[in-house]
Design a protein around this ligand. Structure first.
Ligand SMILES: NC(=O)c1ccc[n+]([C@@H]2O[C@H](COP(=O)([O-])OP(=O)(O)OC[C@H]3O[C@@H](n4cnc5c(N)ncnc54)[C@H](OP(=O)(O)O)[C@@H]3O)[C@@H](O)[C@H]2O)c1
Length: 263
């Protein structure tokens, strides 16, 4: 299947590793002109080199913190300067810390709002005029299965991401008439560096090992394993492709069926 992504311009934030990296790599494999960011120049440069090394396609790596409004402005300007426009925006970043309600300070709430919610507000605002120039514009927000099924000790993710899916759906309605598609993927458990860190926190709480905690979590889903980043990226890449032209306002769980509800 030709996903018609050749020469499409895609910005993926939070993409030096994990879900963002896997998505950038897959888009690049499909011929897209990819730009990625993360906070650390060394991380993002290494990731851009690795993607380019495999696909031989142009990859722009920019150091930018998506919780910083000035960084977002600079990032988008740099991408448009380099590639001359933008067709695809994938909003992603690291996740918030693992805490219970009583451990969570006002400062942590505010940082998570800046990281998870305001980053999306600002990225969409900064890219909108460029997306309007594209003939296949789309935005994909990476959220979490936590919006359907709260995860223990992740109150910040469980709460703040609800606002992101609410905004994604609203934008799908508000800007759909201009042909800009807005969708969200709600990843279930996927083997990345962040999950390793979360399982480490659980192991410390429960007096177990990281491997035991990964095993317990994996066993809770029907497949008995977590997803690979590539399984996430395959879905993300299709959703961003012109072939998904009638998919708009979708909140898609990529969780191997681990969500227990019917809808
Ligand atoms: N993996 C899962 O099972 C899962 C499930 C549900 C939801 N999610 C969510 O999906 C997102 C990606 O998950 P992941 O597992 O791929 O995370 P990850 O392994 O921690 O990777 C996060 C990426 O984002 C970058 N980053 C972190 N903070 C940033 C910031 N403020 N600005 C720009 N870049 C930033 C990191 O690079 P630098 O350190 O260089 O900045 C890294 O490249 C997270 O929000 C996570 O909570 C993940």
């Amino acid at each position: 299947m030709n996903l018609q992504l050749d020469q499409r311009i895609a910005l993926i934030t939070g993409a030096s590793q994990g879900l963002g990296y896997a998505t950038a790599l897959q888009l690049s494999r499909e011929g897209a002109l990819v730009a990625i960011c993360s906070r650390e120049q060394a991380h993002v440069s290494a990731a851009a080199d690795a993607i380019h090394g495999e696909t031989r396609r142009p990859v722009l790596g920019v150091a930018a913190d998506v919780s910083n409004p000035a960084d977002i402005e600079r990032l988008v300007e740099r991408v448009v300067e380099e590639y001359g426009g933008l067709d695809i925006l994938v909003t992603n970043s690291g996740g918030p810390p693992s805490t219970s309600f009583e451990e969570t300070t006002d400062e942590m709430w505010q940082q998570s709002i800046d990281l998870l919610l305001m980053s999306v507000v600002r990225l969409v605002r900064a890219t909108l005029s460029h997306l309007r120039q594209s003939d296949v514009p789309c935005v994909l927000t990476v959220t979490s299965l936590a919006v359907k099924q709260p995860i223990p000790n992740l109150i910040l993710s469980n709460s703040v991401r609800m606002a992101v899916v609410g905004m994604t759906k609203t934008l799908a309605l508000e800007l759909g008439e201009e042909g800009i598609r807005f969708n969200s993927i709600l990843p279930g458990w996927t083997v990345t560096e962040r999950v390793h860190d979360l399982m480490e926190a659980r192991a410390q709480r429960n007096g177990t090992t990281i491997e035991e905690e990964i095993g317990k979590q994996a066993a809770a889903g029907p497949f008995g394993r977590m997803a690979t980043p590539k399984e996430f990226a395959n879905v993300a890449t299709f959703l961003c492709s012109p072939l998904a032209s009638y998919l708009n306002g979708l909140m898609l769980s990529v969780d191997g069926g681990s969500y227990k509800g019917t809808f």
